[in-house]
Design a protein around this ligand. Structure first.
Ligand code: HEC
Ligand code: HEC
Ligand code: HEC
Ligand code: HEC
Ligand code: HEC
Length: 642
């Protein structure tokens, strides 16, 4: 079924595109352009895919669509490809996307034929229009509107959805796979339905034609006397658009204390503490995020001021012991997934400021989860050995031969910024390989590669433009490329909040890192491969699927689509990021400097391994790029790991 469906999708999305390579990219700065990654699955203009698996977006109430986008991002609904796309986006931008699709007024497809027995359809109609008081099932129309076209702002229509989709959604609520904002009225209602009832409503609803006016109603229908409507939750509408999120400083802290808390808040951004210490959809800093390591899963701790489960009973000395020496208050050796091997460089004054900030966070009671590490990695003995081999506590020592900006940059990159946690290669025990500081490393559990910040062939910036590096860290976008995957998360949660002077200092330090000899230790690209004509139909695939955004000469569109010509991310020896980007797509991070990024559609359902390898090989060898081919095996390894 997939190849056929994929063809339909391809026609739906790209059928209207000019197919001659001489055409300039068709670029208009519109929401439609920004959401091309979405219509790749949801059908042209969000009209729904032809088989009904991809739900319609067009014309649905904006609040409803917005709630769903948050549900995917915060783990109440599950579809990996959607979550990956919306992850780097802000609430304000998701609302704008929701409003865009909501405003589209497009015809609906004809209803599906009613193939079910009469009695089943009658039962469906009864439940939808009147409910079943004896079984405590309210009429669906009570909330979804008399015409079943939904009610603004938060309740979707029930017509124009396929039977399979309706079945799947009601089933998902019954098994808690789908959840809504609390109070989750639909979980309650779906829980009252028998499998027979679910089939009945799905069959009946899918076979109903839409009324002439398909717009959602503007108010709920009245409930019959004596009856009561259950209440349903929804997310608050985002207000400020993309202002730097700052935690208000408690009124009882004034003078030096307030300054220290503000300084700590800034340092917490520099150290990206929140990203690791917040579970998907959870309270910020309350911990519980599982971090996958080659040795099992480590759960981050609660850093809020709660006295029993957080740091409420810690002193600044206890906190210093954790940051500087990797030991908890009770003396327990901490797992190095907490990057204390970098944080040990942090000064006592900065540690105290961080602690003051964390103590100002409202307490959140959430006990720490037990790590799930394979024996012997979870034991204290293993950590004693690991630390003896690989860890030396020590605050950053300034290099007096270098200017202050270089030292500030080195302090941030090597200390709080823990850039080496990804950019330094690891040995079999997960420790930084000595002598290979920031020389590029595979991120074992993410199937991605953090390029060398030293090598001119990778992400080394020695010869680069300072402004471009600062722009990348500040906005996620530079004229040469954009931050993707794990780096997008770093920019979104951390570096975008740093001052220009700190970002410049970091750049000064990064620009001083050139160690060509490290480059020599990597296997050189075999030149003979690149001289051969590119195999496969990559050029044709590029013309069909990519030229629209990345341009006939791989030139991209400045500020929207990264260039592929002369882009080191494209020609990198390690192809894992490239394959990931093509299979799973992505948005650049939404930042204050680039609040409404453009998206790259996932191609995992559209191109097979051979085609993926062919188009990637093509872009690695077009427009002056030269790099070895991408093999089907490279692609096959990454498929299935969104
Ligand atoms: C790879 C295909 C794919 C892409 C790309 C995609 N979606 Fe989806 N989307 C789905 C599927 C499948 C579902 C239904 C998931 C389920 O069963 O819960 C869905 C569900 C939704 C829903 C919930 C609809 C409803 O009626 O409950 C919204 C809203 C949505 N997507 C918006 C978007 C937006 C916005 C984008 C672009 C940023 C996007 N999607 C990109 C496949 C995709
Ligand atoms: C008390 C109000 C209420 C009643 C009664 C109600 N619903 Fe809902 N329904 C909602 C709300 C609110 C949502 C949106 C939930 C969310 O934000 O995810 C919803 C969503 C849905 C969806 C998801 C649509 C989509 O596009 O994914 C389906 C399907 C659904 N309801 C079916 C039903 C059926 C069938 C009945 C009757 C048996 C029913 N509902 C009765 C409030 C109600
Ligand atoms: C890459 C993920 C990551 C980042 C970034 C991170 N942490 Fe952690 N942190 C962890 C993990 C995982 C643990 C749990 C370690 C353990 O229990 O052995 C932890 C534990 C801690 C602890 C010990 C808490 C306790 O109850 O024992 C403190 C304190 C801490 N982190 C503070 C911070 C601060 C402050 C920052 C930012 C400057 C930060 N962390 C950034 C992953 C991270
Ligand atoms: C969680 C892992 C991770 C951390 C931490 C991290 N990076 Fe990255 N970085 C990556 C990955 C993966 C890439 C490749 C993807 C890309 O190019 O955006 C990358 C790419 C880059 C690039 C090249 C981007 C481009 O497209 O030109 C620079 C520069 C960079 N990182 C600097 C930093 C600095 C500075 C820090 C510390 C503040 C840092 N990184 C921390 C994972 C990480
Ligand atoms: C709808 C527009 C669109 C289409 C079509 C599209 N891309 Fe992209 N592409 C983007 C955007 C936007 C980004 C930046 C995403 C990010 O930063 O996470 C991107 C990023 C990339 C990157 C990573 C570049 C970097 O600097 O890290 C590669 C490689 C890429 N696309 C290749 C392709 C190929 C090959 C195709 C066709 C099979 C394609 N793209 C189709 C919009 C598109």
């Amino acid at each position: 079924m997939f190849p056929f469906f994929a063809r339909l999708l391809t026609i739906a999305l790209f059928g209207w595109l000019p197919l001659h390579t001489s055409a300039a990219p068709q670029f208009e700065d519109t929401m439609a352009q920004r959401t091309l990654a979405c219509v790749a699955c949801h059908g042209k203009e969000g009209r729904a895919g032809p088989d009904g698996y991809y739900p319609r977006l067009a014309g649905k109430p904006a609040g409803y669509l917005y709630n769903q986008l948050l549900n995917f991002r915060d783990g109440r609904r599950h579809y990996g490809l959607m979550t990956g796309l919306v992850d780097p986006l802000t609430d304000a931008y998701l609302m704008e996307i929701a409003q865009h699709f909501s405003r589209l007024d497009l015809p609906y497809p004809p209803p599906q034929p009613a193939l079910a027995p009469k009695e089943l359809l009658a039962r469906g109609q009864l439940l939808v229009t009147q409910g079943d008081a004896g079984k405590k099932i309210p009429a669906c129309s009570q909330c979804h509107g008399q015409a079943l076209t939904g009610v603004t702002p938060n309740i979707p229509g029930l017509l124009g959805l396929s039977r399979d989709y309706l079945n799947a959604q009601l089933g998902a609520w019954q098994t808690r796979q789908r959840r809504a904002q609390a109070p989750d009225c639909m979980a309650h209602i779906a829980g009252q339905l028998t499998p027979q009832d679910v089939a009945a409503v799905a069959h009946w609803l899918a076979s109903q034609a839409l009324p002439a006016n398909t717009k959602p109603a503007s108010s709920l229908p009245p409930v019959p006397p004596g009856a009561q409507r259950q209440s349903c939750g929804s997310a608050p509408v985002p207000v400020a658009t993309n202002k730097t999120a700052t935690t208000p400083i408690p009124a009882n802290r004034v003078g030096p204390a307030a300054a220290q808390v503000a300084q700590g808040a800034y340092l917490a951004r520099a150290g990206n503490c929140m990203a690791c210490h917040t579970a998907r959809g959870g309270t910020p800093f309350a911990g519980g995020r599982g971090i996958e390591t080659p040795f099992g899963t480590v759960y981050s701790s609660n850093l809020t001021s709660d006295t029993s489960t957080g740091l409420g009973s810690w002193s600044s000395n206890d906190f210093w012991q954790a940051m500087h020496d990797g030991r908890a208050k009770d003396g327990r050796l901490l797992n190095p997934a907490f990057p204390y091997a970098s944080f040990t460089q942090v000064t006592r004054a900065d540690s105290d400021a961080l602690f003051a900030y964390l103590q100002s966070l409202p307490p959140s009671r959430q006990p720490n989860a037990d790590h799930a590490l394979r024996w012997p990695f979870g034991t204290q003995t293993a950590l004693v050995i690991w630390r003896a081999l690989y860890f030396t506590p020590g605050v950053y020592q300034a290099n007096t031969a270098k200017p202050a900006s270089w030292n500030r940059g080195a302090y941030l990159v090597r200390g709080l910024g823990h850039c080496g946690a990804c950019h330094t290669p690891r040995n079999a025990l997960g420790a930084a390989k000595s002598g290979f500081d920031l020389a590029g490393g595979m991120m074992p559990m993410q199937n991605g590669y953090a390029p060398s910040l030293r090598s001119p062939l990778e992400a080394g910036v020695a010869g680069g433009n300072t402004q471009h590096v600062v722009a990348l860290l500040k906005t996620g976008l530079s004229p040469n490329g954009s931050a993707t995957g794990p780096m997008a998360e770093v920019v979104r949660n951390s570096t975008q909040y740093l001052s220009n002077s700190d970002l410049s200092a970091m750049t000064v330090y990064l620009k001083s890192l050139v160690t060509p000899s490290l480059q020599d230790t990597r296997p050189a690209a075999p030149h003979s491969e690149t001289a051969r004509p590119v195999p496969g139909n990559g050029a044709k695939l590029y013309e069909t699927h990519c030229v629209q955004c990345h341009g006939a000469q791989g030139e991209g569109v400045n500020g929207a689509y990264p260039p592929l010509a002369n882009n080191r991310a494209v020609t990198l020896a390690d192809t894992s990021n490239l394959v990931q980007m093509l299979l799973f797509g992505g948005y650049a991070p939404a930042t204050a400097g680039n609040p409404r990024p453009f998206g790259m559609p996932p191609f995992v359902l559209k191109l097979n391994d051979k085609e993926t390898a062919a188009v990637l090989t093509y872009i690695r060898n077009a427009w002056g790029n030269t790099a070895p081919q991408v093999t089907e095996l490279n692609v096959n390894r990454a498929r299935g790991q969104p």
